[in-house]
Design a protein around this ligand. Sequence first.
Ligand code: SF4
Length: 105
Amino acid sequence: MPALVCSAQNCIYNNAMYCSKGDIKIGGEDATVCQDTRCESFQERKRENVRSSMGMPSIDTDIKCEACNCRYNEKCVCHAEHVDISGAAAHRSGETECVTFEEGR
Ligand code: SF4
């Protein structure tokens, strides 16, 4: 299970750069660069949904990933040791990206 660090602090699951969702989904089926990937589990934190983010933040996160051109992708599961998700100013999934992506399949 990859160690995940995420800068998308507007997400309901983000707790001090760690994800409290436990498992996430990365989109970007045809991605050849990291900008073409996105965290599809991103949900913008709003007053009405704050409660649902109360999971425990964890460094280890299960990652299902559609970016099958990535060298860490095996059968849509991420096998990278460490994954960085960026999106410090993100308000929607499309404004996040997996900066660990490396084309190489
Ligand atoms: S490192 Fe590669 S396989 Fe892992 S989540 Fe990012 S794009 Fe997907």
